[in-house]
Design a protein around this ligand. Structure first.
Ligand code: SF4
Length: 329
C-alpha cells in the first residue's frame, strides 16, 4: 500500500479476533467470534502522522493496542523498520518495545497514583535497563521540562495535577525510552476543550523536534485536520479509506467518510451549528452485515453491496486515495 520503500511501520492484513463464550446452552454451530479488526493494511513513514478515525467501537483502540503488544493478533504481519515482529530476537523485541510507545485516553488511569512523577517517568527506563540511577533522574528533569512542566512537578503525585498536566506527564513517560513511533489513543478526549489544543500543539512540537511518527487514534476530525499527514478511516474493524489529509477532507471517496465529515459541528455566523448525525447504529462486530458492512447505513447502497465486499483500491484518477466502495467517486 505504501509508495515509500522503507516505512517505519508496515501492517499487512492484520486481524484481531476474540472468541466469545456462547450465550446459551442451546446455541448451535461454532462459537461466536468478535471480529474487532479484520484484514487491515497500512504503513507509517518516519516522521509521519497517520490518523485513524471512526466511530466508537469500530476497532481503532483494539488495533492500537495490538500494535504495542497489549492484544494478541489473529492473522497478518507487522514489520517495524523492515523486520517482522514475530521473527525478532528477544533483544530486538526489547528494542522495538522501547521504540513504540503508547499514550492512553485517560492520563489518570494510565499513571500509577502511588508513585511520585519522577518514578512514573523513569519506570519504563528502569524496566528496560536504560541508564544509571543518576542518568535516569537527569532524564526525568529533561523530559518534564520538554513537556512544559516545572522541575518540582517531579516530587508530586499524579492526583495533584489537572487532566492536561497529567497528559503532559504521560507524554514525558512515553518519551523516556526515545521512541520513534507513538500510538496515541484518543489522547485529547478526556480533556477540557480549552486544554486539548495545548496538548495537540505539544504533540506537534515534539514531532518536529524528535522526528517522531504518530498513529493518532481519534474521533475528533478537527484535531485530525490539525495534526495528521494522512488519514485512515475505519468502519467495523476494516479500513474503508486511506488518503492524504487534504484529499480526504476535500474530496472524500467513501460514503462513510463523507458522513463523518458532515457530522463535524460547523462554526458560522457567531454560533456553533450541530453537524448531521450518521443514520443508524454501528452494527455488532459479532455479526457484521454481509457484503459491504456499511450497506445498512449507506445512502448509495445497491443490491451488489449486500452480497459482495468491496476491496480497498485507488479512487478513479487518484492513485494515492484508497477507497473500499463499489461505487466510489
Ligand atoms: Fe455504500 Fe455500496 Fe459503497 Fe458500501 S460499497 S459504501 S454500501 S455504495
Amino acid at each position: 500500500m505504501s509508495t515509500n520503500p522503507s516505512p517505519l511501520l508496515q501492517v499487512e492484513n492484520l486481524a484481531v479476533h476474540f472468541p466469545m463464550p456462547r450465550t446459551s446452552w442451546f446455541q448451535r454451530g461454532p462459537s461466536p467470534v468478535l471480529q474487532a479488526v479484520s484484514d487491515v493494511s497500512f504503513s507509517i513513514q518516519p516522521g509521519e502522522t497517520l490518523a485513524l478515525v471512526g466511530e466508537s467501537g469500530c476497532g481503532k483502540t483494539t488495533l492500537g493496542r495490538a500494535l504495542v503488544g497489549l492484544y494478541p493478533t489473529t492473522r497478518g504481519s507487522v514489520h517495524f523498520k523492515g523486520q517482522e515482529l514475530g521473527s525478532m530476537t528477544r533483544e530486538q523485541r526489547q528494542q522495538t518495545r522501547c521504540a513504540i510507545q503508547m499514550i492512553f485516553q485517560d492520563p489518570y488511569e494510565s499513571l500509577n497514583p502511588r508513585l511520585p512523577v519522577s518514578n512514573v517517568i523513569t519506570e519504563p527506563l528502569l524496566i528496560h535497563g536504560i541508564g544509571s540511577r543518576s542518568e535516569r533522574a537527569d532524564r526525568a528533569r529533561e523530559l518534564i521540562a520538554q513537556v512544559g512542566l516545572p522541575v518540582d512537578a517531579l516530587n508530586r503525585y499524579p492526583h495533584q495535577f489537572s487532566g492536561g498536566q497529567r497528559q503532559r506527564i504521560a507524554i514525558a513517560r512515553a518519551l523516556g525510552p526515545e521512541p520513534q513511533l507513538i500510538v496515541a489513543d484518543e489522547p485529547l478526549s478526556a480533556l477540557d476543550v480549552s486544554i486539548q489544543s495545548q496538548i495537540l500543539n505539544l504533540m506537534s512540537e515534539l514531532r518536529e523536534q524528535r522526528h517522531l511518527s504518530y498513529l493518532f487514534i481519534s474521533h475528533d476530525l478537527s484535531a485530525v485536520h490539525h495534526l495528521a499527514d494522512r488519514v485512515a478511516v475505519m468502519y467495523l474493524g476494516r479500513l474503508v479509506e486511506v488518503a492524504a489529509r487534504s484529499d480526504l477532507f476535500e474530496t472524500p471517496g467513501h460514503p462513510y467518510t463523507r458522513a463523518l465529515l458532515d457530522a463535524i459541528p460547523r462554526v458560522g455566523q457567531g454560533r456553533r451549528a450541530r453537524g448531521r448525525t450518521i443514520q443508524g447504529d454501528l452494527p455488532s462486530p459479532l455479526k457484521p452485515p454481509t457484503g459491504c458492512a456499511f450497506h445498512p447505513r449507506c445512502p448509495k447502497a445497491q443490491d451488489l453491496c449486500k452480497v459482495e465486499a468491496p476491496t480497498l483500491l485507488p479512487a478513479p484518477g487518484r492513485e494515492h486515495q484508497l477507497v473500499a466502495c463499489h461505487f466510489k467517486n
